[in-house]
Design a binder for this molecule. Structure first.
Ligand code: TYD
Ligand code: MG
Length: 452
């Protein structure tokens, strides 16, 4: 009788070891090593190879570009994130928190793509539930095939016999391969199921969208390993309390990873937001201190967002710093610069920063607006409602130049801003479009020009 061997696999990076570790030697994470029964994992995936064509090198000039046919998904926002549409034969992983709208967007894509055959496999909902959702979203597509199945072998059999033009798997954590003894959702199952589906689909040149759940750390459960296998990784982000949803590409073999798609969840499903700046700025308080508008560049698109700061007397010895939608460590650094270089003392004050609308800014160009919102709240002096500021702040308190200034200015002017505060070095060769564009060198100077 074959001896059952167990193996410990890290749920973060997939590191395998015959013995348990508290800290994974592969990625350094704690408590991520899980016991699984060792199978002949390699042979499972190898036996599923559909594509048995011999490969040989080809001259680059002989490769026809027709190989990269893209489907228009019907959503401009999604097309942009994908780099122009779904590439034939590609494997797309769609991740996001539960209830964020992954199944909804897949169903809506089915509605838009009526002239191709789509196979939607769900391991989470019954056919009736799928039909109910489809009805709710007004999906009406004769070419849509629904299937509830969790056995990957049956799914690949169906893919081979139906030969659909697009396959959707919702979700990979519910799929199982019967050869493997570990439970659905374990790292081995997730990895091998993806491998098997990928080999089957790539052999037939069928694109596949795979839904993946996100674990509590925010990465796709079973994850780094998966991210290496697939061609494109998309994340659906957003605050569930808010209706704004942002689709972001984390990896894309067929396009840029900087682009974002903005959607809004309504009672009729997800709708595209063509004018995100306007949505993020709607309902902005006027005539109050502690708020400043900034412009962040997401891919090729400038997006305006409101930064709010609140500075209050600290009740305890240790002042609190909190921020939503911005990097906490960057906030701490900016506060240090405010104290040391600009003379705004915050060590006896709690400081809170919020980017309104559930939006997240990772760009350095937001530094200036964060500082301005904090100073405005500290001094209780309001910043002009028609002013906007952007610029990176250096450790010496200087305002450093940022990229694509003209595009940011154009967007601000389009939304009716009349005073634009930018880094001094950027102010030389720009078209001010008839509004006040002021180049500033340091934090104090920026605040002086921003107040009425
Ligand atoms: P869903 O797509 O099921 O989430 P996921 O597959 O990512 O887990 O989205 C479910 C959420 O979306 C649920 O909270 C209700 C909301 N929703 C709407 O607001 N409007 C709609 O038309 C639909 C279908 C869902
Ligand atoms: Mg779902």
């Amino acid at each position: 009788m074959a001896k059952i061997k167990s193996v410990y696999i890290c749920s973060e990076c997939g590191y395998e070891s015959p013995k348990w570790f508290g800290k994974c030697p592969g990625c350094g994470e704690w408590n991520t090593m899980n016991e699984e029964i060792k199978n002949t994992v390699k042979s499972v995936s190898a036996s599923k190879t559909i594509n048995t064509k011999h490969s040989f090198p080809k001259n680059i000039t002989e490769i026809s570009m027709e190989d990269e046919v893209r489907f228009d998904t019907g959503f401009c926002e999604l097309n942009r994130v994908l780099g122009g549409g779904i590439v034939k034969g590609s494997l797309i992983l769609l991740g996001g928190d539960p209830g964020i709208g992954k199944s909804t967007i897949l169903m809506q894509i089915c509605h838009k793509l009526t002239d191709i055959k789509i196979l939607y496999v769900s391991g989470e909902e019954s056919l009736r539930q799928l039909k109910l959702r489809a009805n709710r979203l007004g999906v009406n597509n004769d070419n849509l095939l629904l299937m509830t199945e969790t056995d990957v072998e049956i799914i690949t059999e169906q893919i081979n016999s139906i030969k659909p033009d697009l396959v959707m798997i919702d979700s990979i954590q519910t799929m199982t391969l019967s050869e493997l003894t570990s439970s659905a959702g374990s790292i081995t199952q997730v990895r091998e199921c993806t491998n098997v589906i990928m080999r089957s689909a790539k052999g037939l040149d069928i694109p596949v969208i795979v839904v993946g759940h996100v674990n509590k750390e925010g990465s796709i459960a079973g994850p780094k390993v998966l991210e290496h296998i697939v061609d494109t990784v998309l994340y659906f982000e957003g605050d569930k309390q808010m209706s704004c949803r942002i689709l972001r590409a984390v990896k894309n073999r067929y396009g840029s990873t900087n682009e974002i798609g903005v959607f809004e969840m309504t009672d009729k499903g997800l709708t595209e937001v063509e004018n995100p700046s306007q949505m993020l700025l709607s309902g902005r308080p006027t005539n109050v201190s502690g708020t400043c508008v900034t412009c962040s560049l997401e891919g090729t698109r400038p997006i305006l967002a409101e930064v709010q700061g609140l500075v209050t007397q600290s009740g305890y010895g240790n002042p609190r710093r909190m921020c939503t939608g911005f990097d906490y460590n960057r906030l701490a650094l900016l506060i240090a610069v405010l104290e040391k270089r600009a003379g705004y003392y915050l060590s006896n004050y709690d400081a809170y920063v919020n980017i309104v609308g559930g939006f997240r800014i990772d760009e350095r160009a937001a530094d200036l607006a964060i500082c301005m919102a904090l100073i405005s709240s500290l001094k209780d002096v309001k910043i002009s409602d028609y002013a906007i500021a952007f610029g990176e702040i250096g450790l010496a308190g200087e305002i450093r130049s940022v990229s694509q200034v003209q595009q940011r200015i154009n967007e601000a002017v389009r939304l009716g801003f009349t005073k634009i505060v930018i880094p001094y070095h950027n102010a030389k060769s720009i078209d001010n479009q008839g509004v006040d564009v002021i180049g500033v060198k340091n934090i104090r100077q920026a605040f002086e020009v921003l107040i009425d």
